[in-house]
Design a binder for this molecule. Structure first.
Ligand SMILES: Nc1ncnc2c1ncn2[C@@H]1O[C@H](COP(=O)(O)OP(=O)(O)OP(=O)(O)O)[C@@H](O)[C@H]1O
Ligand SMILES: [Mg+2]
Length: 576
């Protein structure tokens, strides 16, 4: 699992591989130049100038020092720049892939996953990965090279003593490995809590009016504080772990030094080893410890990032709807011939919503769908848009099964006004243009007129350029609905679906929209879902859905002659 994730991250780095040599070379150059200053002051200034009493080399010392410092800065700058370029490009790539993947996930996934958590994966988990990536690309690489380099020198100096140290390095590797798992798990906990916090905050803030209306601010604060506390607890636990880890690393390293002294000192006394050799050996031993510590720190950061990577790859592993239930046949322009053949469906296995539902809608026909709340009317729309797939039976468009059709091309054939209107927090005009981004202004206005909203828009301070507020809060419910209608009208698709599209519009405005609709419906397959009888006025055929089956079917007059639900509804609404 772990190796798998590292590999997957590396695949992302690979796309920007060409930057890696720049990162490495600039880092090594900066490190080496750092070593130049002590050499210039030590060897040249002290030995050759001061002790040798020769001032002629002084300019060399001055320019040498200056040059080394400047060059070092240049390389350090280059290192930072290329490192940022490499990691940021990698993360950008990963972030966009993740977004594209999330967009492609089936509707059922979103029904079960809070938006806030997805956002936190996109933003904060991607950030955490960046940290780990930096540690991985520079520190881990350079330190590893240094460790092996110095280890080689140690062997050259004294094979026996170095063999003594090796077990310590082995223990160190084991400790690093043990901590790796734990750190990753803890980091995952922290990140999961962060996701929950983001979920909570996005949800309460988007429902802030409900929170206030029910005076639930304190309760919400408690909930928020509880989740925030979870982050605190797991973060402190992680910090404690980091502490234990560093102490263990330190102890192991000190242990090796003590052992070397313990073993080497008697040899020096017995004159089997020179004092100089021991000092040099201890010097290099100290030098190997720095990169080892760096390596262990990098290990910690990388494992923290792996916790975040787990969360991102978990989403990337959910199958997209394309792979799940759409095909490859591309429809150019549908005739709008719809067939439901013995369709059964339920959101949950134990709760059927539609059972054995069959219906044929001919090209250009207008059909109204009525029925009690929860009967499955909106579910039929969900199936038509292929948000969900039937458990049994099939749906055909122009004689082609939906599961063979390309998802995009299927949805291009359908203009829908949903039961809950959703507007984006941009301008009125852009919201309508969503139906057909390339439309001209006249087309937009024409659609707005048909939806009986143009006159209202004209009264707005900036007309079509007026912003609608977060999700359209600056508009009334009926106005929002009519903008959604205009959006669907502008799309000008062969199939038009109106799911309670005028439920919040007053009767007078609805009558006007009905007239426009009568024109729009010409040559278009239309499915109108409504509770109000006045809304379904134009439909040639009315279907009554009850318990997931068709209970009644016929024209207005035919149904009135019956004794079913339609007649009862008619009597009730006529009374009102
Ligand atoms: N995403 C979902 N997950 C689980 N169950 C769902 C989901 N959406 C709807 N349902 C259930 O499916 C049934 C049919 O819902 P549907 O939205 O189709 O009803 P409807 O006929 O449109 O009702 P209304 O007139 O109130 O809009 C309901 O019992 C509902 O609780
Ligand atoms: Mg509904």
């Amino acid at each position: 699992m772990n190796r798998n994730q590292s590999l997957r991250l590396l695949i992302y780095v690979r796309h920007h591989w060409h930057l890696l040599p720049f990162v490495m070379v600039s880092m090594i150059a900066a490190t080496l130049l750092d070593l130049a200053a002590p050499w210039i002051t030590g060897v040249i200034l002290i030995d050759r100038v001061i002790i040798a009493r020769d001032a002629s080399l002084l300019p060399w010392v001055a320019f040498g020092l200056l040059g080394a410092v400047i060059l070092r800065q240049v390389f350090e700058f280059a290192h930072r720049y290329f490192l940022a370029l490499l990691t940021q490009r990698t993360i950008h790539h990963l972030r966009c892939d993740l977004y594209q993947h999330i967009e492609g996930l089936p509707v059922s996934f979103f029904a079960g996953t809070p938006v806030g958590d997805m956002v936190s994966r996109q933003v904060s988990d991607a950030d955490a990965i960046e940290e780990g990536l930096k540690a991985f690309v520079t520190e881990a690489g350079v330190h590893l090279v240094m460790v092996f380099g110095v280890l080689g020198l140690l062997f050259a100096l004294n094979v026996q003593l170095t063999l003594v140290i090796l077990p310590f390095l082995l223990i160190l590797a084991v400790v690093m490995h043990i901590f790796r798992r734990v750190v990753k798990g803890f980091s995952r906990q922290v990140r999961d809590s962060m996701g929950r916090l983001a979920t909570l905050a996005t949800e309460t803030l988007s429902g802030i009016t409900i929170v206030k209306a029910f005076a639930m601010e304190r309760a919400e604060l408690r909930r928020f504080s509880g989740t925030s506390q979870e982050i605190l607890t797991s973060s402190v636990r992680l910090a404690r772990l980091e502490g234990y880890y560093h102490v263990s690393v330190e102890m192991i390293l000190i242990g090796s030094v003590v052992l070397v002294i313990w073993m080497a000192a008697p040899r020096v006394l017995a004159e089997q080893m020179t004092v100089g050799a021991l000092v040099a050996y201890l010097g290099y031993l100290a030098r190997v410890q720095e990169p080892l510590k760096g390596l262990s720190k990098a290990n910690f950061r990388i494992q923290k990032a792996m916790g975040a990577a787990q969360r991102i790859f978990a989403v990337l592993d959910v199958a997209t709807e394309d792979s799940k239930f759409t095909g490859t046949v591309v429809l150019q322009k549908s005739r709008g011939h719809l067939q439901f053949e013995a369709v059964s469906f339920g959101y949950r296995d134990d709760e059927p919503v539609l059972s054995d539902f069959s219906l044929e809608i001919h090209p250009g026909e207008a059909v109204a769908l009525m029925g009690p709340s929860g009967a499955g009317k909106s579910t039929i729309v969900n199936l038509l848009l292929r948000f969900y797939a039937p458990t049994m039976g099939r749906i055909l468009l122009d004689g082609l099964p939906l599961n063979g059709l390309d998802g995009r091309s299927l949805r291009q054939q359908i203009a829908v006004v949903n039961q809950d209107t959703f507007l984006f927090s941009t301008t009125v005009g852009e919201n309508i243009l969503y139906g057909k981004p390339a439309a001209r202004q006249e087309e937009v206005e024409q659609a707005a007129r048909a939806a009986n909203i143009h006159d209202f828009i004209a009264t707005l301070p900036q007309g079509y350029d007026t912003t609608v507020g977060q999700r359209g809060v600056a508009l009334s419910g009926g106005q929002r609905q009519r903008i959604a209608l205009a959006r669907a009208f502008l799309k000008d698709a062969p199939i038009l679906i109106l799911d309670e599209a005028t439920a919040s519009v007053d009767s007078e405005a609805e009558a006007l929209i009905q007239d426009a609709l009568a024109n729009l419906m010409g040559g278009r397959t239309t499915l109108i879902i409504a509770h109000r009888l006045s809304t379904i006025h134009h439909a040639g055929r009315i279907i009554i859905l009850e318990d997931g089956r068709i209970a009644e079917e016929g024209s207005h007059q035919e149904l009135l002659d019956g004794r079913g639900l339609y007649k009862r509804l008619y009597d009730l609404q006529a009374l009102a």
